[in-house]
Design a protein around this ligand. Sequence first.
Ligand code: FUB
Length: 322
Amino acid sequence: MKMIPKLSVAMLWMSLLVFATGCETPHSGNPLFSDLLTADPCALVHNDTLYLFTGSDEIPQGQDGFLMKKWYVFSTTDMVNWTRHGSKLAVEDFKWAAANAFAGHVVENHGKFWWYAPLVHKSVKVHEGFAIGVAVADHPAGPYHDAIGEPIITDTTANSIPLNIDPAVYVDDDKQVYFFWGSWGQVRMAKMKDNMMELDGPVVDVPGLTNFFEAPFIHKRNGIYYFTYSAGYPSRIEYAISKSILGPWEYKGVINDTIPNSPTNHQAIVTFKGNDYFIYHTAGLPDGGPFRRSVCIDKLEYDENGLIKPVVRTTKGVPMIR
Ligand code: FUB
């Protein structure tokens, strides 16, 4: 008689444990990858698959400065199981480039995938010497090759900026293509030709982005354009909205606060299978740091007025989806 209550309690605990683990939805976990330093995410959806593009920090632990030579491609259909496609673009793929594979941006148009890439130019240097080129592929996972053989933007482009990095290209519903880029507090924009390789008009300033530092990113939801960007330094992610991609932009506040041990903050926003995601980097690996960053994914949520709620950063990541 004495054993029965003890057994019952043990069995109850065991069944609770099995129930709990059995029902727990697998989560992606943040940072997403623990054996590779990834930074500056960008993402797109193609054929029911989410493709993630990242840069990579290669500076050894204990040293300072960006050492970035390659970009990587990953994909998932459920947000938990990731296929690693490997490095699909690198400095040496651009004959005109010498170094610094900074934040790229990949976009689909005309059935091809266009990877806009900022790199230090081998010879053109008026300011910091950064230029922006584009590689193209027939599939998001490549192979990619330099589409032009020379950059689209350099230090000598009229009205370019001292640090020509962080491209963001947006193909609007009417098929007009817009090319944004910017850093060190200056942001520029130009229309692009349908060929995705040439500007189609002057480079103009984008006024009215409160606290803008770098990392412009455009997405559209319910007819509203959202301009998210890295703001201040150390950087937060802040945003503005507009009914027109040409502005004026109405400031709406902070969505991702500063990152411990990483002054840079770089975002991508994507909707996949009905879920909105905020993709960013932290210094979250045990040997992470300002130049040793790691990509993470958390949920992005809007309120009933279409405003973006502050992102809740987690180590659990996002749940598996079907
Ligand atoms: O990764 C190098 C630079 O740091 C990127 O271009 C910026 O957006 C910042 O993340």
